[in-house]
Design a protein around this ligand. Structure first.
Ligand SMILES: [Zn+2]
Length: 149
């Protein structure tokens, strides 16, 4: 690695690491504030209707907390991969995924170019299939016409 590349690599590492750690802190803070408000709500006396609304809200809150915990685990995993030097590389071409893209999509596995190529390829396979079906129908049509002669 050249000196310039080494510096760029370290900068990218620092940017991605602080990005992932900010996200982790943000989620941890939200989880903590939720946990602190829950017991106080439970302690209040409610009538049945209020209680069922309360239960529903708590179920939603718990589901959200679970989702956040999962995201947290994904972020931890991303940080581990970053430290191992395997985070943020495109699964298709192996090039580095742009830091801006990772900020928007921390768990992206393809670079923007490969993502777009893949979407184009999917679209062109569809139109190719349509063309092949049409071509086959035309061939069948001409074979039939010849047979009739
Ligand atoms: Zn790529």
């Amino acid at each position: 690695m050249t000196e310039h590349k080494q510096v760029a690599h370290q900068e990218r590492y620092a940017i991605l690491k602080s990005m992932l750690e900010d996200r982790r802190r943000d989620i941890q803070d939200r989880l903590r504030s939720r946990r602190e408000t829950l017991p106080a709500q439970v302690a209040e006396v409610k009538d049945a209707e209020e209680q069922s609304v309360q239960d529903f809200v708590q179920d939603v809150e718990l589901a959200l907390m679970e989702m956040k915990s999962e995201t947290l685990a994904q972020i931890d995993e991303a940080i581990r991969r970053l430290e191992a030097g395997v985070y943020g590389a495109c699964a298709n071409c192996g090039r580095e995924i742009a830091a801006a893209r990772l900020k928007a999509l921390p768990f992206a596995t393809l670079c923007l170019e490969c993502q777009e190529n893949e979407e184009e390829a999917r679209a062109s396979v569809r139109s190719q299939e349509t063309r092949m079906t049409r071509g086959f129908a035309t061939t069948l049509g001409s074979v039939k016409a010849e047979g009739e002669l």
